[in-house]
Design a protein around this ligand. Structure first.
Ligand SMILES: [Zn+2]
Length: 478
């Protein structure tokens, strides 16, 4: 069965969107002390100018009423404690009387190494209470979800604002999104991650022991500041400004990203080098004892971006920052940033592909991990022109399985990455590369900055029954 979805069911009707914007301005005064940067108050230049088409010629812009998030992190001198605040303005498309945030450092994958995220305060005019839910978090942590209860239900299209205070402890460095090493700290998803899926509601998926992402998060208009010891360079999600002195031997780094589902930060004694791919600025940072050459790596990333733009359209961000961590054997994608902990080129290729498949086209990484991982794995083949192992297609298991369907990381990787890549490559051969690439471009452009579901792939490939049959046989549409 292929579940087809009609376009427009989850989208904001654009007329209503303008009304909702006025309601936000009229009915939702900021709680005292909450001041957002003015990036969204400039008259809505990102408002779509035409009705949604099934296959728009360009990526549809981010929704105008997407979440507005302002993060402030302060890294202690010991490089192991980050104190933070998060200001959120959230406009649900369904009524709700709570806010749910995912606390990824408390997962059974991360917490055993000493990572921990605790909430120290929650405030806001509409807040009545807050607490934790387990969601299979590691037992020594307070929980995997923060649930903020509201005084009253917020109607669809109205907005709610909250201020969260938190503390993040960073553990020992491993292949993970949090960690420390000599003179180095990094944290991705190191704050309460707003977990709303438009048209569906709050995502409360459990945290898992598999090595992989399980989040569902909207692309948010995001500003970030990081205060850190002045001998460290900071590389993070977003277009970064020059650091400013903050006194006491510290500096403040700031960045903005117009549509970010999550945020990564790395602070270390990086030597940096830049390169450009069209309008995209790439910054690579390497540690003093690293084997990697920052300039070479930046240039290589630029060439990979240019290759992908031929297939997927313009790179989704103005910048890409790549802090190179010690070799823990992998890479982790974040919006406009990659935590790169390997010298293997195909991993850099894979993570850059995620800027489209995850960064721009979002998905439930718990329910539909193939929408980011199979497509990023498929993209590797486009750049290095290697033929995937065709026997991967015979691996038992559905590529469209959820994170709960795989008993361990090996099986998850072999099915979702390996078989998923083989299915997409085979589908492309069956449909013809030009027709397949056009169908994929249709999916990318129509689902940009949203949270896609497998049915959206089926809609985009509706005229390519050979391709759909291969994906269906591989278990993509369950
Ligand atoms: Zn991946």
């Amino acid at each position: 069965m292929i579940r087809r979805r009609r376009y427009g069911t989850r989208r904001w009707p654009y007329g209503a969107l303008l009304v909702a914007g006025l309601l936000v301005a009229a009915c939702a005064p900021a709680p005292e002390g909450l001041e957002f940067p003015p990036s969204r108050e400039d008259g809505g230049s990102d408002a779509p100018s035409a009705a949604v088409e099934e296959c728009p010629a360009e990526a549809v812009p981010p929704a105008q009423d997407r979440p507005l998030i302002s993060l402030q992190f302060s890294l202690a001198e010991n490089l192991r404690i980050v104190t933070g605040t998060e200001q959120v303005r959230f406009t649900p498309d369904l009524p709700t009387d709570e806010l749910v945030f995912r606390l990824i450092p408390n997962s059974p994958l991360s917490a055993p190494f000493g990572n921990l995220l605790t909430i120290t305060d929650v405030s806001g005019e509409q807040v009545s209470d807050y607490g934790y839910e387990s969601a299979d978090a590691y037992p020594t942590t307070p929980g995997g979800l923060l649930v903020v209860e509201l005084e009253d239900e917020v109607a669809a299209g109205d907005s709610v604002e909250v201020l969260l205070n938190f503390e993040l402890e960073l553990g020992d460095g491993t292949f993970d999104r949090f960690g420390t090493a000599d003179g180095l700290s990094w944290w991705g998803s190191g704050y309460p991650l707003l977990s709303w899926e438009p048209g569906v509601g709050w995502s409360r998926d459990q945290l898992v022991t598999l090595s992989g992402e399980t989040s569902t998060s909207q692309a948010a208009d995001t500003t970030i500041s990081v205060e850190a010891p002045e001998d460290l360079e900071v590389l993070m999600t977003g277009d970064q400004d020059r650091p400013e002195p903050a006194g006491d031997g510290r500096r403040i780094w700031t960045s903005t990203e117009a549509a970010a589902r999550d945020v990564s930060v790395a602070a270390g004694q990086f030597d940096t080098a830049d390169a450009a791919a069209g309008d995209t600025e790439i910054t690579v940072g390497v540690l003093p004892d690293a084997d990697a050459d920052a300039a070479e790596l930046a240039q290589d990333a630029a060439s990979i971006i240019e290759e992908f733009e031929e297939f997927f359209g313009p790179f989704p961000y103005d910048t890409l920052s790549i802090p190179v961590l010690p070799d823990f054997g992998g890479g982790i994608e974040y919006p406009s940033s990659i935590l790169l902990a390997t010298s293997q080129r195909f991993i850099l290729v894979h993570e850059i592909a995620h800027m489209w498949f995850y960064g721009m086209i979002g998905n439930s990484q718990f329910r539909d991990p193939w929408l980011d991982e199979a497509f990023a794995s498929y993209a590797e083949v486009l750049v290095d022109a290697s033929a995937p192992d065709s026997t991967d297609l015979r691996t038992p298991g559905d590529i469209g399985g959820s994170m709960a369907d795989f008993p361990d990381t090996d099986e998850y990787f072999s099915v979702v990455y390996g078989k998923g890549r083989a299915a997409l490559v085979t589908a492309r051969e069956a449909a013809g590369p030009a027709a397949f690439d056009a169908g994929l471009r249709c999916y990318i452009n129509s689902q940009a900055w949203q949270i896609a579901v497998p049915g959206d792939v089926a809609v985009a490939f509706a005229d390519l029954p050979e391709a759909l049959r291969i994906l269906e046989e591989a278990g993509a549409f369950r």
